[in-house]
Design a protein around this ligand. Structure first.
Ligand code: ADP
Length: 808
């Protein structure tokens, strides 16, 4: 460390040589005094010897002083003796000797003591100065002393370190030149600081000064005036501490603190704003250290800061099988205990308001860098509504499939009523109005099926239609649902007919109820009563029940309509069967008479063309009508599920086609019907008249649906492999069939929309044609496009004919 500017230090060396020199000097002075007193003065001279005594005692100490005093005493004994008589004295001489003896040793002792004291004090002063120097050198604060003009006098090593200036460079310079103050921490000015220093003799504060290399220093300074013994200010001393680093560190600390604070605030804001509930627990204790507001909102009770995992059982959770969650089964506990990461575990919970809900919980452990679990965090979502919605959809889907399963609505309603238990109610009754408006026997269900008998018994004893003011009757009349969320005991007593009824309702459980009408197409078909034993119904429950009942009502309505339609079809078919059958007899009679007249007329009235012509037309028409009646009969039989017995005979299909075409060509001038057959004849076993009807139907359609005329082609093709069969195509270039109608064209009564209202027809010809072909083991198909004509294809198996079979 470099030397400081300090008060010049003179070390006073204390000579401690042996007491030789002083006594010797005393001897010399005694000799000189002797010589001088014998020669020049002629009087005894002792006084000069006191000087060496003082000198010796001060320089060499008391002992040496006493030796010098002894020499002086000896000299006095010698010099004051009567001349020639040693040790004999005059009175005066004796007095003088006595004075010397009395003073010289005393003087030596006194000076010796004074010397010791001076020496001690000086040594002490030196020691103090040493301490001060040591202090100045060893402190870390810059200690700078100035004179009254603020010129630097002391500049300790720490000052050199802090400000970068060496002591020698700054000595005597104005402190303001070397380390001017750039700014005052408290905003005060240099003048204010100086004024305060002068007034109060001290000033302290924070300032900004500059290092020799130019960078700024944050300095904490304390300045004081230095006084002399007369309390006059002779200068100033300042102690300056470099707090730049400290300030930086503090600023950094504050920045980090603020950052931490803002992160914490952000974290808290995120936690609060999160739609999820969050709980954080310490490991390994499981102490819950945080639970956000959302958690309390979801559970509907305040966050309970459990002190350990065992206390988690204060939170009431249940598995899907209603088994309660043990404390260590909670996801948060598992994450702490085993490090398990739990994802979306659904837990039923008992909420603070006594209701149940479902939460979806995820949980994960938090580990330190060594992998040890230090905490765990768990998030919670309320999925009660979603779960209910899913259950509701599942329930409706189940109900829907039950309802769609059968058209027997009485048993279906009974199944749905059971399905509503326990999802919608603890017990349920459905009353249906019959077609005649009377109430049918109700369908009932109870979670405890043993109690269903009790419900029926109540119904039997007091049928609800006995009491027109009963809520069920009101709903049946108004078609509007009713709901009572909570039935008090008084209300239950009020609605009970008697004590027994009250007791029975209590046994069944009666906390809340809703009555929902079964409405379809504006008609009330019945009412369903849902009763809950411990849950208070809400509007949501009512909406669910209404939705279920809407579907039930539609199913009931559809089933009823279906029954009615079935009945109507049956009646129609019976009518067709009877009428067709009854019409066949008079027709056969007409045909018989026409044939008879043809035979007789030809014989009795030859040449009467008009008669023959008329009779043959009657014959043809009755044949056509018989064909139509047969078609109706077949159709009605097949619709009734009866089979028709084919009358299989060897039939030449080519000949049958040609004959039918010839008949139809006669009936039209607009169309040219041609037959293309790749073989002259094709004989197989077929029901001739029925196949003729099929061909007739296809030909008459081809003509009917080609209103502008045109060509109609009938192709007969024999196909040998893989199975021998015949294809008969009937092709026209008429209206064609729209794509939407094509898939339904063989269904009974279906008529394409491009012909309805334009061309008359019944829509049963193709149905029975297809059935006949299929009964032959063949197929009837169609290819068509609207505006491009149609091609109907009959595919018939080619059966072998034995010689016994008679050809047509
Ligand atoms: P109908 O001809 O009495 O209406 P069909 O059962 O014979 O009853 O025919 C059913 C429907 O098929 C017809 O109404 C018509 O729309 C369509 N159809 C049948 N044949 C043809 C055809 N050749 N060209 C166009 N449409 C046809």
């Amino acid at each position: 460390m470099s030397t400081s500017l300090t008060v010049e230090r003179k070390r006073l060396t204390i000579h401690r040589w042996p007491p030789r020199k002083g006594p010797l000097i005393t001897l010399v002075v005694a000799l000189i005094s002797e010589v001088m007193s014998r020669t020049l003065l002629d009087i005894p001279l002792v006084a000069p010897l006191f000087l060496p005594i003082v000198y010796t005692a001060f320089r060499e100490g008391r002992e040496a002083g006493l030796i010098s005093a002894g020499i002086t005493v000896l000299y006095a004994l010698y010099i004051f003796a009567i001349p020639g008589q040693p040790l004999h004295y005059t009175f005066n001489g004796m007095i003088r000797v006595a004075v010397v003896v009395g003073t010289a040793p005393g003087l030596a002792v006194l000076v010796g003591m004074f010397k010791n004291r001076v020496e001690r004090e000086y040594t002490e002063a030196l020691r103090m100065q040493d301490y001060q120097n040591l202090l100045l050198q060893s402190v870390n604060d810059a200690i700078i002393a100035t004179d009254i003009d603020l010129q630097i006098q002391i500049w300790n090593p720490a000052s050199e370190m802090i400000y970068g200036w060496q002591a020698a460079q700054v000595q005597g310079k104005a402190i303001d030149e070397v380390i001017p103050i750039l700014r005052y921490g408290d905003g005060s000015s240099r003048e204010q600081a100086l004024a305060m220093l002068k007034e109060q003799a001290h000033w302290s504060g924070r300032v900004v000064q500059r290092h020799r290399d130019g960078h700024e220093l944050q300095i904490e300074t304390a300045m004081r005036a230095i006084y002399d013994a007369d309390r006059r200010v002779i200068g100033y001393v300042s102690v300056n501490r470099d707090i730049t680093e400290q300030q930086h560190a503090r600023a950094e600390r504050e920045r980090l603190h603020q950052q931490l604070e803002s992160e914490r605030a952000r974290f808290e804001a995120v936690l609060c704003q999160m739609p999820a509930g969050v709980a954080i627990a310490e490991a390994p204790s499981g102490k819950l250290v945080l639970g956000n507001e959302q958690l309390a909102r979801i559970l509907r009770y305040p966050f309970f800061p459990a002190a350990n995992i065992a206390e988690y059982d204060r939170y009431r959770g249940f598995h899907h099988d209603r088994r309660p969650y043990q404390a260590e089964e909670w996801p948060l506990a598992r994450s702490i205990l085993t490090g398990e990461v739990v994802v979306d575990e659904e837990i039923d919970v008992l909420r603070g308001d006594g209701t149940t809900g479902t939460i979806c919980v995820s949980s994960t452990p938090i580990r330190d860098r060594h992998g040890n679990i230090t905490a765990a965090v768990s998030t919670f979502y309320d999925v009660t509504e979603r779960r209910r919605g899913e259950e509701h959809q599942r329930f409706l889907a189940q109900a829907g499939s039950i309802l769609a399963d059968s058209l027997d609505y009485e048993s279906t309603i009974a199944s749905v009523v059971h399905l509503a238990i326990p999802h919608l109610a603890d017990w349920c009754i459905v009353h249906l109005l019959g077609e005649d408006g009377t109430l049918q026997r109700p369908a009932v269900a109870h979670v405890n099926s043993d109690l269903e008998g009790l419900i029926r018994e109540i119904q039997r004893r007091r049928p609800i239609d006995d009491d027109p003011e009963s809520p069920i009757m009101e709903v049946l009349h108004s078609g509007r649902a009713q709901m009572v969320s909570e039935v008090s005991d008084d209300q239950l007593r009020y609605v009970s007919y008697d004590e027994e009824h009250y007791q029975a309702l209590q046994r069944l459980g009666f906390k809340s109820y809703m009555i929902v009408p079964l409405l379809a197409h504006g008609r009330t078909l019945g009412a369903a009563t849902f009763v809950s034993a411990n849950h208070c119904y809400t509007d949501d429950d009512l909406a669910q029940a209404a939705e279920l009942m809407r579907r039930c009502a539609l199913a009931v309505d559809n089933a009823r309509l279906y029954r009615e339609a079935q009945q109507a079809v049956r009646t129609r078919n019976e009518l067709i069967l009877i009428v067709s059958h009854d019409l066949k007899n008079p027709l056969s009679a007409i045909k018989g008479y026409a044939n008879f007249l043809q035979r007789r007329g030809g014989r009795d009235l030859p040449g009467v063309d008009w008669l023959e012509d008329g009779l043959s037309k009657i014959d043809a028409t009755t044949k056509k009508m018989t064909g139509l009646l047969n078609e109706l009969l077949d159709f009605a039989r097949l619709q009734e599920g009866q089979t028709i017995d084919l009358d299989l005979l060897p039939t030449d299909l080519v000949a049958l086609v040609r004959q039918t075409v010839a008949e139809y060509q006669q009936a039209t001038d607009h169309h040219q019907i041609s037959v293309v057959a790749d073989v002259p004849s094709l004989v197989g076993l077929y029901d001739t008249s029925r196949l003729e009807r099929v061909l007739a139907n296809l030909l008459s359609n081809a003509i009917k649906y080609s209103p502008d005329g045109g060509e109609i082609t009938v192709e007969v093709t024999q196909v040998a492999a893989p199975e021998a069969h015949v294809l008969i195509n009937v092709r026209d270039h008429g209206l064609g069939i729209p794509a939407n109608d094509l898939p339904h064209i063989f269904e009974p009564f279906h008529r394409a929309h491009n012909v309805v209202g334009r061309v008359r027809g019944t829509g049963i010809g193709l149905t029975s044609a297809k059935q006949i072909v299929e009964q032959h083991g063949g197929t009837l198909t169609v290819q068509s496009a609207e505006g491009s004509g149609s091609t109907f294809t009959i595919r018939l198996p080619l059966t072998t004919v034995t010689p016994d079979d008679q050809p047509l």
